[in-house]
Design a protein around this ligand. Structure first.
Ligand SMILES: NC(=O)c1ccc[n+]([C@@H]2O[C@H](COP(=O)([O-])OP(=O)(O)OC[C@H]3O[C@@H](n4cnc5c(N)ncnc54)[C@H](O)[C@@H]3O)[C@@H](O)[C@H]2O)c1
Ligand SMILES: [Zn+2]
Length: 359
């Protein structure tokens, strides 16, 4: 078992990796826990939940709404919860986001803990203290910063994950290696099959390296005034691809990272041979490195990104594997890159709508 602490102005967070799910009962004072989970996780793991009231939400992004949060508030009131209660989110990134939002706002702040049950939640969503819900098609447009008091990552629950959820998590693990951990990246290059099949040792390595990396970034820049932006590597284009194609988040970010590494070569930021390691690894992990999409629809989505500042976006490039640099880029330059990289619309295109993402 490994323990990683994050201390920020907003609070202290303790992340336990390789810990047994059932230990969650020990983390919360007796009688103070209220569990928030989704239908799928409840069906699989309710018998491992500690003794506590359970609030169930539906699974899927369409449930990440203020309506769901309101239902949670009402159930909290009915269960007699107060500020001294601890809301324990047991699930993937969606449960973490809504449970975190509810805990940050219920009675102006109750306790919060997570049992992260997807690879993506263990390596990314449960760590860092951001949580948000969607409104009118805008992703994560309403949210809070609230560090969870604890996060528990039990590798055994990942054995029930559908393959596409594994892919989503792997893309973020590659991102963490690429932007800040050369050893993690080299580990994935050496053991791609162990990573893909979620072998126990590989999971522990991926989760602990990812949490360590993200915790360090968040400790230094909790509210994304600077360094935290490196976590958006592959995401500016990735979010745009998610909107205009039917790609999943992980697939879209994978293509976004591959494109960003090519563009870094063109800008003379990284030697070509070093940059090639990224698409090579992504492919060995079963992730896509190219996509067909309408360049104009992509630019439209990039221009509507909430993280845009005036006519510029902060774009994350690699200087080498394990080192990222954030450069302001004019939208005109971004357009040139997007035009050169994407062919005319193919079968994947055609779902463009204004939907900026501020995760
Ligand atoms: N707050 C943040 O910092 C942050 C960071 C990254 C992503 N996110 C958010 O996280 C969300 C995506 O998270 P996700 O990929 O975990 O999706 P998710 O929570 O929807 O989980 C994916 C699916 O797997 C199911 N599931 C969960 N655990 C399982 C298990 N052990 N076995 C079988 N099935 C299981 C869920 O019911 C769901 O159907 C997005 O809404 C994204 O915006 C937030
Ligand atoms: Zn992501």
């Amino acid at each position: 078992m490994q323990k990683i602490q994050i201390q920020t102005a907003a609070g202290k967070s303790k992340i336990l990796i390789g810990e047994d799910f059932q230990q969650v009962g020990e983390m919360v004072p007796a009688g103070r826990a209220v569990i928030v989970t989704d239908d799928n996780v409840a069906a699989l793991y309710a018998d491992r939940f500690p003794q506590a009231p359970v609030i169930r939400i539906g699974s899927g992004e369409e449930n990440k709404t203020l309506g769901t949060v309101r239902k949670i508030y009402e159930a909290l009131i009915e269960s007699g919860a107060d500020r001294s209660s601890t809301i324990v989110g047991i699930g993937g990134g969606i449960v973490c986001d809504v449970a975190g939002f509810a805990a940050a706002t219920f009675m102006r702040g109750a306790g919060l803990g997570f049992v992260a049950t997807t690879l993506l939640a263990q390596v990314d969503a449960s760590v860092g203290g951001k949580n948000g819900v969607n409104l009118r098609g805008y992703k994560n447009i309403v949210g809070t910063f609230r560090q969870p008091d604890f996060v528990l990552c039990d590798p055994s629950v990942l054995s029930t994950l559908p393959a596409k959820e594994v892919t989503n998590g792997l893309a973020e693990v590659v991102k963490h290696g690429a932007i800040g951990d050369r050893d993690l990246f080299a580990y994935l290059e050496t053991y791609p099959d162990a990573a893909r099949s979620l072998e126990k040792g590989a999971v522990e390595r991926m989760v602990s390296a990812s949490v360590t990396l993200k915790a360090g970034v968040v400790r230094r820049d909790e509210k994304e005034a600077g360094e935290r932006r490196v976590l958006n590597f592959g995401h500016t284009l990735g979010h745009a691809l998610e909107k205009v194609t039917r790609m999943s988040h992980g697939e879209a970010v994978s293509v976004g990272m591959a494109a960003a590494s090519e563009w870094a070569v063109e800008r003379g930021l990284i030697p070509e041979e070093e940059a090639r390691r990224l698409p090579r690894l992504l492919e060995r992990l079963g992730l896509p490195v190219r996509a067909k999409a309408d360049p104009r629809a992509l630019m439209d989505a990039i221009a509507k990104d909430k993280k845009r500042e005036g006519n510029r976006i902060h774009f994350v490039f690699l200087r080498r594997i394990g080192e990222a640099v954030v450069e302001p880029m004019d939208l005109a330059d971004a357009e040139e890159m997007v035009q050169s990289a994407f062919s005319a619309p193919g079968s994947g295109g055609g779902r463009s709508r204004p939907n900026p993402d501020i995760s």
